[in-house]
Design a protein around this ligand. Structure first.
Ligand code: BV8
Ligand code: ZN
Length: 249
């Protein structure tokens, strides 16, 4: 990797950090075969606007289309395995005195990689609730192939994934925890996010304004790299294990 010296610098910063905040995006799951949010629209979904599908308006307009999109993405997540990037973050959590992981991802790959302190800023694709009364709805096997969303057993309303759609508020306690960690940590590690979706995208600049060092891991330079003190260019599945190895040497 062309950035050995940056890896060494980043490893030294991680080793001396007393508290670490971490924000991950779809990119950390890309190497597990879970398409990133924008790629998720390849193939069948290429001609739909992602912000329309992941919204109340999109769901109201065509609940069946949105339901099938989520059932397809759920299957992709269930077939996926955590990659070395997810595992490295779980190891970093074991190592660091204080480590909080905030993910924009709705998959459970961080959990399956062994991370413990995980906050889902945008909810989870594996949980479902009524769009009207919010009662939890355990997904039934037959509902996975249904053309339309199931009806809530409590009020008959349409069931939807327990994710945060565009225009919906993030879970207040999770967002408050993220802002607290970003404002108080020594080091803020950003992995695999394009940094375009707010309010999650504000966290690295909040951390930097509050005095933390910010490290961005991404194959592409982007808004997050501009916010970072150190930009490690490359895939998370490669860079993060290299970082852990450099910390041990
Ligand atoms: C809200 C769940 C208050 C659903 C998602 C302020 C300014 C501008 C706009 C707004 C603003 N405040 C609110 C908005 C509107 C909107 C927004 O931010 N719009 C953007 C598009 C401009 N925000 C909201 O609506 C939020 N709600 O603010 O509520 C409110 C209330 C009422 C009225 C107004 C405001 C809610 C946002 C949450 C939306 N839900 N997901 C689902 O998944 O179906 S967002 C979804 O997209 C993902 O969760 C993720 O967060 C986002 C995609 O971002 P990434 O994760 O970064 O993924 P992406 O594909 O973009 O990029 C992948 C990256 O990985 C790339 O950089 C790539 O280079 C990199 N990569 C690729 N391979 C690898 C890699 N990296 C490492 N390793 C690799 N191998
Ligand atoms: Zn209901």
């Amino acid at each position: 990797m062309g950035n050995e010296s940056e890896i060494k610098q980043a490893a030294a910063l991680l080793k001396q950090a007393r508290s670490i905040g971490c924000l991950t995006g779809a990119g950390i799951s890309a190497e597990s075969g879970v398409a990133t949010f924008r790629d998720a629209l390849t193939g069948l979904w290429a001609h739909f606007d992602p912000q329309r599908l992941a919204s109340q308006e999109g769901f109201a307009q065509d609940p069946g289309l949105v339901w099938r999109w989520y059932m397809e993405r759920l299957q992709m997540v269930e077939r996926a395995q955590p990659n070395p990037g997810h595992v490295a973050l779980a190891q970093l959590e074991q190592w660091a005195p204080a480590f909080s992981l905030f993910t924009q991802n709705v998959d459970d790959l961080h959990e399956r990689a062994g991370s413990r302190q995980i906050y889902h800023l945008h909810g989870s694709i594996a949980r479902f609730r009524c769009n009207i009364c919010a009662v939890e709805h355990p997904l039934q096997p037959a509902e996975r192939d249904a053309p339309q969303p199931p009806a809530c057993r409590h009020c008959g309303g349409p069931v939807r994934p327990a994710v945060v759609w565009f225009g919906e508020l993030l879970p207040a306690a999770v967002l408050a925890a993220a802002r607290h960690v970003a404002s108080h940590c020594d080091l803020f590690l950003v992995v695999g996010t394009s940094g375009v979706v707010y309010p999650a995208a504000e966290l690295p600049s909040l951390a930097r304004r509050s005095g933390a060092m910010v490290i961005d891991v991404n194959p592409e330079p982007g808004p997050m790299a501009d916010e970072a003190d150190l930009f490690l260019q490359g895939p998370g599945g490669q860079i993060l294990p290299d970082l852990l190895a450099a910390m041990r040497s």
